[in-house]
Write a protein that binds this ligand. Sequence first.
Ligand code: PEP
Ligand code: CO
Length: 449
Amino acid sequence: MTQHAKDWSKSSWLNFPALQQPNWPDLDEHRAVLQSISQLPPLVFAGEIRNLKKKLAQAATGDAFLLQGGDCAEDFQHCTAPSIRESLKVILQMAIVLTYAGGKPVIKVGRIAGQYAKPRSADTEIVNGIEIPSYRGDMVNSPEARLEERRPDPQRLLKGYFLAAATMNIMRAFTRGGYAALHRVDAWNQEFVKSTPMGQSYERLGKHIADAINFMQVVGIDTDTPQFNQAEFFTSHEALLLGYEEALTRQDSTTGDWYDCSAHMLWIGDRTRQLDGAHVEFFRGVLNPLGMKVGPKHDIDEIKRIITRLNPDNEAGRMTLITRFGADKVAQYLPQLAQEMKKEGLQVVWSCDPMHGNTYTAETGHKTRNFSYILQEIRSFFEIHWAEGTVPGGVHFELTGENVTECTGGGRNILDEHLQRNYQTNCDPRLNAEQSLELAFQIAEMIRS
Ligand code: PEP
Ligand code: CO
């Protein structure tokens, strides 16, 4: 049995300052909702969480590669089968490119089935001269810019739980029920991507895989197995609302260990990772694999101490450091961070979030990111880790399977003035399916070398 964290309980975080929590107008109602959620079934099981942690331990040594991605903020209204299928398709597509062309097993983790809460730079914003609370994710309030809609509503936590459960259910069906079978790779190619050079490269790759499967069948290898017919897919979200996370934290009956069963993997955002803050306190006691975002404003010493607190046994697979410096700053910050972690012998999976450090506002007023900067940050991330003798173990994206125009550049060269054509996100700009696939081909080359 694992050593339990000392002086920890699932509510000990309440004794520490928690940043980025909504100001719930009715605390009794908030408490009652959390009480209901704490009685509802967990969304994932401890065994699945342990399985993911084992796989992440392989990414730490370069024997697997982590692909994490999905919406910046999931939208309640997009909890539909087609929308979930499109997100799943693009991740499956990227994963198969990385596996086949990159030659490594890929660990697929969605920002999905619970990515409903957002940290914000300000508590309020001024819209048409009126001060209203900021949008904090669908689990808190509505993106609609009206005072009434922006009031934090605890019932949204409950709705978020049920929508996460519905998402999880259909994903389990898609990934286990034949939709994700390897002989169907060409069915994951989107109509709007098919005719593009990327779509065609993907079709060629699909043909190679089909030939390989056919060959195996001809020589008598059984391809009617889970390895061929199913995909393993894990869920994750930013663990921001600690009351919700606590309500889904359960003790595993087989080991007595505590797991946050709201998702397989949780990450702590760049804004809530204070050493003596409530988020670090909460997560030191649950055994899920944890991500931690690290941006330019960090103190290396604090990062080391947080990692030691969250992972005192230095267990491989427990910690993923998700760096998000920006293409122009990654060379300034990553080398030293990598050196220090290596010097201390701290086991981490190094993952690159090339999205959050590369955001800018276009002249049209849209928040956007440019494909070339995204690619450039990834390339620098790989080169720096190679130079430092550390392992580039994964990537973290905001993306969607839909044909949106939110990030500029890429094969179709989306320009600032095209952004308004199909700009859907409630929060940060996402790569569309074609841009995502293009990145997968580029990253596969890097993994291979
Ligand atoms: C995010 O991943 O959506 C996010 C808010 O990231 P960060 O904590 O890195 O700013
Ligand atoms: Co974001």
